[in-house]
Design a protein around this ligand. Structure first.
Ligand SMILES: *[C@@H]1O[C@H](CO)[C@@H](O)[C@H](O)[C@H]1NC(C)=O
Ligand SMILES: *[C@@H]1O[C@H](CO)[C@@H](O)[C@H](O)[C@H]1NC(C)=O
Ligand SMILES: *[C@@H]1O[C@H](CO)[C@@H](O)[C@H](O)[C@H]1NC(C)=O
Ligand SMILES: *[C@@H]1O[C@H](CO)[C@@H](O)[C@H](O)[C@H]1NC(C)=O
Ligand SMILES: *[C@@H]1O[C@H](CO)[C@@H](O)[C@H](O)[C@H]1NC(C)=O
Ligand SMILES: *[C@@H]1O[C@H](CO)[C@@H](O)[C@H](O)[C@H]1NC(C)=O
Ligand SMILES: *[C@@H]1O[C@H](CO)[C@@H](O)[C@H](O)[C@H]1NC(C)=O
Ligand SMILES: *[C@@H]1O[C@H](CO)[C@@H](O)[C@H](O)[C@H]1NC(C)=O
Ligand SMILES: [Cu+2]
Length: 363
């Protein structure tokens, strides 16, 4: 559960600002309390304005924020640091800063700007609280279309795993006799050498199977503190989940504490999805759906599933094709925390997968 640190990109321009995009790290950012931040969008969809003094953002996400520059002209810090829910992960715990400087003629205070307080690096309440406070704008001009009748109910566990090294060999990495892996529904994805999209489009057999399970193959207390090590070794396969055109899907991601629980920023290609609920602990099929937000849930492309918690999303499968779904921690993708949805064609001409471009190079 080591993280890659990649680009951190912030643009800032006062008065009407704004776009803040952090790729690839999960981070909290805070400006001095009185410089108000107003979140107005996420992953390219409007949200109801949300006043906040910090943001929690995950790899792959975008958040649009307005900064209300209503303070005395001076210089102010903005600050960002890692959020890490896993006590065993190693990361750079320093705080990165930038200075926001008001325009105009004035003498800046001779003192260094006050560093804004940030939530503690392991404050998963602060992270989950921000994430679960987002609401779609859901106005007449920007209506939403949350699937209400569900045709496919899926529960996918997200686990860190451990695979023993071949006997009498040692593996690279911190564990000498085993190596880390990761899985969805206990399947570590084995990336085929042939493109799944190409195989599906051309009807080539043998590249993938269509048995990706709708539910975890073993039911256990997913988030218990002390899980048996016998749960740690995953299965390995190239299984896809087939959806019919226009299926309405509810997918609950369930984080597990196998090896070690951590947040997983899950990203689905080809779709935006509504995030209708989330919580800590095990998802309760009876109780938790009663608290879904079906009125103004945020429309997102990547969602951080809380450590040892769950997140429920809904989408309508109206974009035919072959769509990758994966954790957006690059390390976890390389460990196998991914799977593929194949969405079948509909009947009408505009409900079909597009042909490859004429100039696409042949393999
Ligand atoms: C940050 O990391 C350094 C080096 O690992 C450690 O000495 C220090 O205590 C850490 N600080 C905090 C606030 O966790
Ligand atoms: C997080 O919230 C729960 C209640 O929802 C509380 O029991 C716990 O102490 C909080 N943790 C922190 C670090 O604030
Ligand atoms: C977030 O935390 C604040 C202050 O602790 C609380 O009032 C609010 O209800 C929380 N929101 C969510 C969505 O948990
Ligand atoms: C592993 O090493 C031991 C001791 O060197 C040897 O007896 C055994 O045959 C080896 N096993 C394999 C599978 O290579
Ligand atoms: C899956 O198993 C095959 C055959 O044992 C192996 O070659 C491959 O490396 C495994 N893939 C993963 C992702 O562990
Ligand atoms: C966790 O399990 C191990 C092995 O079963 C046991 O030795 C240990 O005491 C357990 N720890 C807790 C906190 O239950
Ligand atoms: C995953 O599957 C393997 C092989 O069947 C099993 O040994 C292991 O306990 C399973 N783990 C989980 C978390 O389901
Ligand atoms: C798909 O669902 C949409 C929205 O309910 C509906 O307008 C459309 O007719 C459906 N198409 C098919 C092929 O079922
Ligand atoms: Cu992950």
């Amino acid at each position: 559960m080591y993280r890659f640190i990649c680009l951190l990109f912030i643009t800032f321009d006062l008065y009407i600002l704004t776009f803040i995009h952090f790729g690839y790290i999960q981070i909290k950012i805070q400006v001095r309390a009185n410089n108000e931040l107003v979140v107005v969008g996420t992953d390219g969809a409007y949200t109801k304005p949300l006043k906040t003094n910090y943001l929690a953002i995950s790899p792959g996400q975008t958040i649009d924020v307005l900064l209300v520059a209503n303070q005395p002209r001076n210089r102010y810090y903005m600050a960002a640091k890692f959020y890490s829910s896993n006590p065993r992960s190693q990361f750079d715990n320093s705080t990165t800063t930038a200075i926001i400087q008001y325009n105009g003629k004035y003498t800046p205070s001779p003192n260094s700007p006050v560093l804004p307080p940030l939530p503690a690096f392991d404050d998963r309440n602060a992270s989950a609280n921000f994430t679960s406070s987002l609401r779609s704008l859901a106005s007449n001009d920007h209506p939403i279309d949350v699937p209400m009748t569900i045709t496919r109910k899926l529960l996918y566990t997200l686990s860190i795993n451990s695979i023993p090294c071949a006997s009498n060999t040692t593996c690279e990495g911190p564990r000498r006799t085993s190596r880390f892996a990761a899985s969805i529904n206990n399947i570590t994805f084995d990336v085929p050498r042939t493109s799944i999209l190409g195989a599906y489009y051309r009807g080539v057999n043998g590249v993938y199977g269509d048995d990706f399970p709708d539910n975890p193959p073993f039911v256990f207390d997913y988030t218990a503190a002390n899980l048996s090590t016998s749960l740690q070794t995953p299965m390995n396969g190239t299984e896809v989940k087939i959806l019919k055109y226009n299926d309405t899907v509810e997918l609950v991601f369930q984080g597990t504490n196998v090896v070690s629980g951590i947040d997983h920023p899950m990203h689905l290609h080809g779709y935006n999805f509504y995030v209708v609920g989330s919580g800590f602990g095990n998802f309760d099929r009876q109780r938790d759906p009663l608290n879904y937000n079906l009125v103004d849930p945020p429309l997102q492309q990547t969602i951080a599933v809380p450590q040892n918690g769950w997140t429920a999303i809904r989408f309508r499968a109206n974009n035919p094709g072959v769509w990758f779904m994966h954790c957006h921690f690059e390390r976890h993708v390389s460990w196998g925390m991914e799977m593929v949805f194949i969405v079948r064609n509909g009947k009408r001409a505009n409900e079909k997968i597009l042909p490859p471009p004429k100039d696409m190079p042949k393999c």
